[in-house]
Design a protein around this ligand. Structure first.
Ligand code: ADP
Ligand code: ASP
Ligand code: MG
Length: 367
Protein backbone atom coordinates (compact mmCIF):
# COMPACT_ATOMS: atom_id res chain seq x y z
CA UNK A 1 0.00 0.00 0.00
CA UNK A 2 1.42 3.43 -0.87
CA UNK A 3 1.67 5.99 1.87
CA UNK A 4 0.39 9.58 1.50
CA UNK A 5 3.20 11.96 0.55
CA UNK A 6 4.03 15.47 1.74
CA UNK A 7 6.54 17.93 0.30
CA UNK A 8 8.22 20.20 2.87
CA UNK A 9 10.42 23.13 1.82
CA UNK A 10 12.93 24.67 4.24
CA UNK A 11 14.35 28.12 3.39
CA UNK A 12 17.91 29.34 3.93
CA UNK A 13 17.25 30.88 7.35
CA UNK A 14 15.91 27.49 8.56
CA UNK A 15 19.16 25.67 7.69
CA UNK A 16 21.68 28.43 8.44
CA UNK A 17 23.91 26.28 10.69
CA UNK A 18 24.46 22.71 11.85
CA UNK A 19 22.16 23.05 14.88
CA UNK A 20 19.33 24.23 12.63
CA UNK A 21 19.95 21.44 10.13
CA UNK A 22 19.63 18.97 13.02
CA UNK A 23 16.36 20.60 14.11
CA UNK A 24 14.99 20.34 10.56
CA UNK A 25 16.06 16.69 10.44
CA UNK A 26 14.02 16.04 13.61
CA UNK A 27 10.95 17.74 12.19
CA UNK A 28 11.26 15.71 8.97
CA UNK A 29 11.71 12.43 10.85
CA UNK A 30 8.69 13.24 13.02
CA UNK A 31 6.57 13.67 9.88
CA UNK A 32 7.94 10.42 8.43
CA UNK A 33 7.17 8.53 11.64
CA UNK A 34 3.58 9.82 11.55
CA UNK A 35 3.18 7.57 8.49
CA UNK A 36 3.82 9.90 5.55
CA UNK A 37 6.31 9.69 2.71
CA UNK A 38 8.40 12.87 2.92
CA UNK A 39 10.12 14.79 0.13
CA UNK A 40 12.16 17.70 1.47
CA UNK A 41 13.21 20.64 -0.70
CA UNK A 42 16.02 22.61 0.83
CA UNK A 43 17.58 26.04 0.15
CA UNK A 44 21.23 26.99 0.55
CA UNK A 45 22.46 27.60 4.11
CA UNK A 46 21.85 31.17 5.33
CA UNK A 47 23.53 33.74 3.12
CA UNK A 48 25.43 31.23 0.96
CA UNK A 49 23.92 32.24 -2.40
CA UNK A 50 24.80 35.91 -1.83
CA UNK A 51 28.32 34.94 -0.79
CA UNK A 52 28.80 32.87 -3.96
CA UNK A 53 27.50 35.76 -6.10
CA UNK A 54 29.87 38.16 -4.31
CA UNK A 55 32.82 35.86 -5.06
CA UNK A 56 31.88 35.84 -8.73
CA UNK A 57 31.66 39.63 -8.87
CA UNK A 58 35.12 39.93 -7.31
CA UNK A 59 36.42 37.98 -10.31
CA UNK A 60 34.33 39.67 -13.00
CA UNK A 61 31.80 42.54 -13.14
CA UNK A 62 29.87 40.58 -15.78
CA UNK A 63 30.33 36.85 -15.12
CA UNK A 64 28.97 34.45 -17.74
CA UNK A 65 25.53 33.14 -16.79
CA UNK A 66 26.37 29.48 -17.44
CA UNK A 67 29.24 29.57 -14.96
CA UNK A 68 27.12 31.58 -12.51
CA UNK A 69 24.45 28.86 -12.54
CA UNK A 70 27.00 26.12 -11.88
CA UNK A 71 28.42 28.21 -9.06
CA UNK A 72 25.22 29.18 -7.26
CA UNK A 73 23.65 25.73 -7.57
CA UNK A 74 26.41 24.54 -5.23
CA UNK A 75 24.79 26.16 -2.17
CA UNK A 76 21.80 23.81 -2.24
CA UNK A 77 24.07 20.77 -2.77
CA UNK A 78 25.79 21.54 0.50
CA UNK A 79 22.58 21.80 2.51
CA UNK A 80 20.89 18.77 0.89
CA UNK A 81 23.76 16.42 1.69
CA UNK A 82 24.15 17.68 5.26
CA UNK A 83 20.42 17.29 5.88
CA UNK A 84 20.45 13.74 4.50
CA UNK A 85 23.34 12.91 6.85
CA UNK A 86 21.52 14.47 9.82
CA UNK A 87 18.42 12.38 9.07
CA UNK A 88 20.51 9.21 8.77
CA UNK A 89 22.01 10.02 12.18
CA UNK A 90 18.47 9.93 13.58
CA UNK A 91 18.07 6.38 12.29
CA UNK A 92 15.99 6.94 9.15
CA UNK A 93 17.17 6.22 5.60
CA UNK A 94 17.60 9.35 3.48
CA UNK A 95 19.02 10.18 0.05
CA UNK A 96 19.65 13.59 -1.48
CA UNK A 97 19.31 14.50 -5.15
CA UNK A 98 20.35 17.53 -7.21
CA UNK A 99 17.76 19.28 -9.38
CA UNK A 100 19.04 17.41 -12.41
CA UNK A 101 18.87 14.02 -10.63
CA UNK A 102 15.33 14.91 -9.51
CA UNK A 103 14.19 15.38 -13.11
CA UNK A 104 13.52 19.12 -12.92
CA UNK A 105 13.76 20.04 -16.62
CA UNK A 106 13.95 23.75 -17.47
CA UNK A 107 14.35 26.02 -20.48
CA UNK A 108 17.80 27.40 -21.24
CA UNK A 109 17.43 30.84 -19.58
CA UNK A 110 20.41 30.74 -17.22
CA UNK A 111 19.89 32.44 -13.83
CA UNK A 112 16.11 32.72 -14.32
CA UNK A 113 15.10 29.44 -15.95
CA UNK A 114 11.48 28.26 -16.13
CA UNK A 115 10.52 24.68 -15.30
CA UNK A 116 9.11 23.03 -18.42
CA UNK A 117 8.71 19.46 -17.19
CA UNK A 118 9.24 17.36 -14.07
CA UNK A 119 10.21 13.68 -14.35
CA UNK A 120 10.60 12.51 -10.76
CA UNK A 121 11.39 8.82 -11.52
CA UNK A 122 14.37 8.60 -9.19
CA UNK A 123 12.46 10.30 -6.39
CA UNK A 124 9.57 7.82 -6.77
CA UNK A 125 11.99 4.90 -6.73
CA UNK A 126 13.69 6.17 -3.58
CA UNK A 127 10.33 6.70 -1.87
CA UNK A 128 9.27 3.16 -2.83
CA UNK A 129 12.47 1.91 -1.18
CA UNK A 130 11.42 3.68 2.04
CA UNK A 131 13.86 6.61 1.77
CA UNK A 132 13.22 10.13 2.94
CA UNK A 133 14.08 12.16 -0.17
CA UNK A 134 15.96 15.46 -0.03
CA UNK A 135 15.98 17.64 -3.15
CA UNK A 136 18.22 20.63 -3.85
CA UNK A 137 15.88 23.58 -4.43
CA UNK A 138 16.29 26.38 -6.97
CA UNK A 139 17.95 24.32 -9.71
CA UNK A 140 17.26 22.17 -12.73
CA UNK A 141 18.78 21.01 -15.97
CA UNK A 142 18.05 22.12 -19.53
CA UNK A 143 17.36 19.64 -22.33
CA UNK A 144 20.90 20.33 -23.51
CA UNK A 145 22.24 19.07 -20.18
CA UNK A 146 23.24 22.43 -18.69
CA UNK A 147 22.68 23.18 -15.01
CA UNK A 148 20.23 26.06 -14.61
CA UNK A 149 18.79 28.01 -11.66
CA UNK A 150 15.24 29.29 -11.27
CA UNK A 151 15.83 32.88 -10.05
CA UNK A 152 16.26 34.10 -6.47
CA UNK A 153 13.95 32.38 -3.99
CA UNK A 154 13.35 29.61 -6.54
CA UNK A 155 13.26 26.74 -4.03
CA UNK A 156 9.58 27.58 -3.43
CA UNK A 157 8.96 26.78 -7.10
CA UNK A 158 10.89 23.51 -6.87
CA UNK A 159 8.67 22.43 -3.96
CA UNK A 160 5.41 23.30 -5.71
CA UNK A 161 6.24 21.69 -9.07
CA UNK A 162 7.42 18.52 -7.32
CA UNK A 163 4.22 18.36 -5.27
CA UNK A 164 2.24 18.52 -8.51
CA UNK A 165 4.40 15.99 -10.38
CA UNK A 166 4.37 13.48 -7.51
CA UNK A 167 0.64 13.95 -6.86
CA UNK A 168 1.60 14.61 -3.22
CA UNK A 169 -1.11 15.44 -0.67
CA UNK A 170 0.17 18.94 0.12
CA UNK A 171 3.16 21.26 0.10
CA UNK A 172 4.37 23.02 3.21
CA UNK A 173 6.68 26.05 2.78
CA UNK A 174 8.59 26.31 6.09
CA UNK A 175 10.35 29.55 6.98
CA UNK A 176 11.39 31.84 9.84
CA UNK A 177 7.83 33.25 10.14
CA UNK A 178 4.77 31.24 11.16
CA UNK A 179 2.69 32.16 8.13
CA UNK A 180 1.53 34.99 5.90
CA UNK A 181 0.84 38.27 7.74
CA UNK A 182 -1.09 41.38 6.71
CA UNK A 183 2.35 43.03 6.25
CA UNK A 184 5.98 42.08 6.85
CA UNK A 185 5.94 41.41 10.63
CA UNK A 186 9.57 42.57 10.85
CA UNK A 187 8.63 46.01 9.53
CA UNK A 188 5.05 46.61 10.71
CA UNK A 189 4.51 46.07 14.41
CA UNK A 190 0.75 45.61 14.16
CA UNK A 191 0.88 43.06 11.30
CA UNK A 192 -1.61 40.25 11.90
CA UNK A 193 -1.11 36.59 11.05
CA UNK A 194 -3.64 35.22 8.57
CA UNK A 195 -5.21 31.78 9.13
CA UNK A 196 -5.99 31.64 5.45
CA UNK A 197 -5.36 33.75 2.34
CA UNK A 198 -6.69 32.98 -1.17
CA UNK A 199 -3.94 32.06 -3.64
CA UNK A 200 -4.66 35.03 -5.92
CA UNK A 201 -4.34 37.44 -2.99
CA UNK A 202 -1.02 35.90 -1.88
CA UNK A 203 0.13 36.14 -5.50
CA UNK A 204 -0.75 39.85 -5.65
CA UNK A 205 1.11 40.39 -2.32
CA UNK A 206 4.14 38.56 -3.69
CA UNK A 207 4.13 40.50 -6.97
CA UNK A 208 4.00 43.69 -4.90
CA UNK A 209 7.22 42.66 -3.12
CA UNK A 210 6.18 40.53 -0.14
CA UNK A 211 8.96 37.98 0.27
CA UNK A 212 7.41 35.13 2.19
CA UNK A 213 6.18 33.15 -0.86
CA UNK A 214 7.58 33.41 -4.38
CA UNK A 215 5.10 34.61 -7.03
CA UNK A 216 6.23 31.98 -9.52
CA UNK A 217 5.54 29.21 -7.00
CA UNK A 218 2.07 30.60 -6.26
CA UNK A 219 1.28 30.71 -9.99
CA UNK A 220 2.34 27.08 -10.32
CA UNK A 221 0.25 26.12 -7.27
CA UNK A 222 -2.82 27.74 -8.82
CA UNK A 223 -2.17 26.16 -12.22
CA UNK A 224 -1.72 22.63 -10.82
CA UNK A 225 -4.22 22.73 -7.93
CA UNK A 226 -1.52 22.20 -5.31
CA UNK A 227 -2.66 22.34 -1.66
CA UNK A 228 -0.25 24.83 -0.11
CA UNK A 229 0.53 26.19 3.34
CA UNK A 230 3.13 28.59 4.76
CA UNK A 231 4.37 27.92 8.26
CA UNK A 232 7.26 28.07 10.68
CA UNK A 233 10.08 25.53 10.81
CA UNK A 234 9.88 25.84 14.60
CA UNK A 235 6.17 24.97 14.81
CA UNK A 236 4.33 21.71 14.18
CA UNK A 237 3.47 20.65 10.67
CA UNK A 238 -0.05 21.78 9.71
CA UNK A 239 -0.12 24.95 11.85
CA UNK A 240 0.69 27.43 9.05
CA UNK A 241 -1.40 29.80 6.95
CA UNK A 242 -3.54 27.90 4.43
CA UNK A 243 -3.61 29.07 0.79
CA UNK A 244 -6.79 27.75 -0.85
CA UNK A 245 -7.52 28.61 -4.49
CA UNK A 246 -9.58 31.77 -4.80
CA UNK A 247 -9.72 35.37 -5.99
CA UNK A 248 -8.55 38.57 -4.27
CA UNK A 249 -11.27 39.51 -1.74
CA UNK A 250 -13.17 42.81 -1.58
CA UNK A 251 -11.60 43.85 1.75
CA UNK A 252 -7.92 44.78 1.92
CA UNK A 253 -5.98 41.59 2.80
CA UNK A 254 -2.56 43.10 3.28
CA UNK A 255 0.18 45.55 2.44
CA UNK A 256 3.50 44.78 0.74
CA UNK A 257 6.55 46.82 -0.09
CA UNK A 258 9.18 46.43 -2.78
CA UNK A 259 12.50 48.07 -1.95
CA UNK A 260 14.56 46.87 -4.93
CA UNK A 261 13.42 49.66 -7.26
CA UNK A 262 15.21 52.63 -8.82
CA UNK A 263 13.97 55.79 -10.45
CA UNK A 264 16.09 56.51 -13.50
CA UNK A 265 16.36 59.78 -15.46
CA UNK A 266 14.90 59.65 -19.00
CA UNK A 267 17.32 57.70 -21.15
CA UNK A 268 17.59 56.78 -24.81
CA UNK A 269 19.78 53.66 -24.38
CA UNK A 270 17.16 51.39 -22.81
CA UNK A 271 19.09 48.19 -23.54
CA UNK A 272 20.83 48.16 -20.17
CA UNK A 273 17.39 47.90 -18.46
CA UNK A 274 15.95 45.22 -20.74
CA UNK A 275 13.22 43.27 -18.96
CA UNK A 276 13.49 45.44 -15.82
CA UNK A 277 11.38 48.53 -16.68
CA UNK A 278 8.21 48.54 -14.57
CA UNK A 279 6.68 51.96 -15.38
CA UNK A 280 7.34 55.38 -16.87
CA UNK A 281 6.30 58.56 -15.05
CA UNK A 282 4.72 61.51 -16.88
CA UNK A 283 8.06 63.39 -16.68
CA UNK A 284 9.75 60.53 -18.56
CA UNK A 285 11.60 58.98 -15.62
CA UNK A 286 11.63 55.18 -15.54
CA UNK A 287 10.84 52.88 -12.62
CA UNK A 288 13.38 50.06 -12.88
CA UNK A 289 13.58 46.76 -10.97
CA UNK A 290 17.23 46.42 -9.87
CA UNK A 291 17.01 42.76 -8.77
CA UNK A 292 18.47 41.09 -11.85
CA UNK A 293 20.61 43.98 -13.14
CA UNK A 294 24.31 44.74 -12.61
CA UNK A 295 25.16 47.06 -9.71
CA UNK A 296 23.53 50.54 -10.18
CA UNK A 297 26.99 52.16 -9.91
CA UNK A 298 27.72 50.69 -13.37
CA UNK A 299 24.60 52.22 -15.02
CA UNK A 300 25.14 55.06 -17.51
CA UNK A 301 22.39 57.27 -15.98
CA UNK A 302 21.76 58.63 -12.47
CA UNK A 303 19.33 56.53 -10.46
CA UNK A 304 17.70 57.18 -7.08
CA UNK A 305 16.58 54.42 -4.71
CA UNK A 306 12.80 54.21 -4.32
CA UNK A 307 10.28 51.75 -2.92
CA UNK A 308 6.67 50.97 -3.70
CA UNK A 309 4.09 50.35 -0.99
CA UNK A 310 1.05 48.42 -2.19
CA UNK A 311 -2.31 47.52 -0.68
CA UNK A 312 -4.07 44.41 -1.98
CA UNK A 313 -7.86 44.10 -2.10
CA UNK A 314 -10.60 44.91 -4.62
CA UNK A 315 -12.01 47.78 -2.54
CA UNK A 316 -8.79 49.81 -2.48
CA UNK A 317 -9.03 50.06 -6.27
CA UNK A 318 -12.81 50.16 -6.80
CA UNK A 319 -14.15 52.00 -3.73
CA UNK A 320 -13.20 55.72 -3.88
CA UNK A 321 -13.47 56.12 -0.10
CA UNK A 322 -10.98 53.32 0.57
CA UNK A 323 -8.66 54.65 -2.14
CA UNK A 324 -8.81 58.13 -0.59
CA UNK A 325 -7.99 56.63 2.79
CA UNK A 326 -4.84 55.05 1.33
CA UNK A 327 -3.84 58.24 -0.50
CA UNK A 328 -4.31 60.31 2.69
CA UNK A 329 -2.18 57.90 4.73
CA UNK A 330 0.70 58.20 2.25
CA UNK A 331 0.44 61.93 1.49
CA UNK A 332 0.38 62.82 5.21
CA UNK A 333 3.96 61.58 5.24
CA UNK A 334 5.08 62.16 1.64
CA UNK A 335 2.97 64.92 0.02
CA UNK A 336 4.32 64.42 -3.52
CA UNK A 337 4.10 60.58 -3.60
CA UNK A 338 3.07 59.19 -7.00
CA UNK A 339 0.14 56.71 -6.67
CA UNK A 340 -1.51 54.33 -9.13
CA UNK A 341 -3.73 51.25 -9.27
CA UNK A 342 -3.56 48.10 -11.36
CA UNK A 343 -5.80 45.03 -11.11
CA UNK A 344 -6.58 44.54 -7.41
CA UNK A 345 -3.48 46.37 -6.20
CA UNK A 346 -3.10 50.04 -5.25
CA UNK A 347 0.48 51.36 -5.14
CA UNK A 348 2.39 54.43 -3.95
CA UNK A 349 6.01 55.21 -4.76
CA UNK A 350 8.25 56.94 -2.19
CA UNK A 351 11.95 57.49 -1.48
CA UNK A 352 13.33 54.21 -0.19
CA UNK A 353 14.31 55.64 3.18
CA UNK A 354 10.63 56.44 3.90
CA UNK A 355 9.36 52.94 2.95
CA UNK A 356 9.00 51.43 6.43
CA UNK A 357 7.03 54.32 7.95
CA UNK A 358 4.76 54.58 4.88
CA UNK A 359 4.14 50.81 4.92
CA UNK A 360 3.14 51.01 8.58
CA UNK A 361 0.86 54.01 7.94
CA UNK A 362 -0.94 52.37 4.99
CA UNK A 363 -1.31 49.18 7.04
CA UNK A 364 -2.76 51.07 10.00
CA UNK A 365 -5.19 52.91 7.72
CA UNK A 366 -6.48 49.86 5.82
CA UNK A 367 -5.91 46.59 7.73
P1 ADP B 1 13.10 31.67 3.31
O1 ADP B 1 14.57 31.92 3.50
O2 ADP B 1 12.56 30.66 4.26
O3 ADP B 1 12.73 31.41 1.89
P2 ADP B 1 12.25 34.41 3.06
O4 ADP B 1 13.27 35.34 3.65
O5 ADP B 1 12.21 34.27 1.58
O6 ADP B 1 12.37 33.00 3.77
O7 ADP B 1 10.78 34.87 3.54
C1 ADP B 1 10.50 35.02 4.89
C2 ADP B 1 10.52 36.51 5.25
O8 ADP B 1 9.49 37.17 4.53
C3 ADP B 1 10.20 36.79 6.70
O9 ADP B 1 11.34 36.76 7.49
C4 ADP B 1 9.52 38.15 6.65
O10 ADP B 1 10.35 39.19 7.14
C5 ADP B 1 9.25 38.39 5.18
N1 ADP B 1 7.88 38.83 4.87
C6 ADP B 1 7.58 39.86 4.02
N2 ADP B 1 6.27 40.04 3.94
C7 ADP B 1 5.69 39.11 4.74
C8 ADP B 1 4.33 38.80 5.06
N3 ADP B 1 3.30 39.48 4.54
N4 ADP B 1 4.10 37.76 5.92
C9 ADP B 1 5.14 37.08 6.46
N5 ADP B 1 6.44 37.33 6.19
C10 ADP B 1 6.72 38.34 5.34
N1 ASP C 1 19.33 29.91 -2.41
C1 ASP C 1 18.54 30.62 -3.41
C2 ASP C 1 18.43 32.09 -3.06
O1 ASP C 1 19.03 32.52 -2.08
C3 ASP C 1 17.19 29.99 -3.62
C4 ASP C 1 16.26 29.98 -2.43
O2 ASP C 1 16.66 30.32 -1.33
O3 ASP C 1 15.09 29.60 -2.63
O4 ASP C 1 17.79 32.81 -3.77
MG1 MG D 1 12.03 32.62 0.25
Amino acid sequence: MTRPCVVQKYGGSSVADVAQIRAVAERVVETRRSGMDVVVVVSAMGNTTNELLALASEISPTPGRRELDLLISVGERVSMTLLAMAIQELGEPAQSFTGSQSGIITDTQHVSAAVVEVRPHRIRRALDEGQIVIVAGFQGVSRTGEVTTLGRGGSDTTAVVLTAALGAEYCEICSDVDGVYTADPRVVEGAKRLEEIPLDAALAMSRAGSKVLLADALEQAAAHGVTLSSGSTCKPSGSGTRLPPGPVPEAVVGVASDAALWLVEPVSALDQFQGAIRAQLSDGRLLVDGRNLPDPSTWTVPASPVATISAIGRSVVSNPETTQHAVNAVRALVPNAVCWAFGDTWTAMVDRERAAEVEAAVHDALC
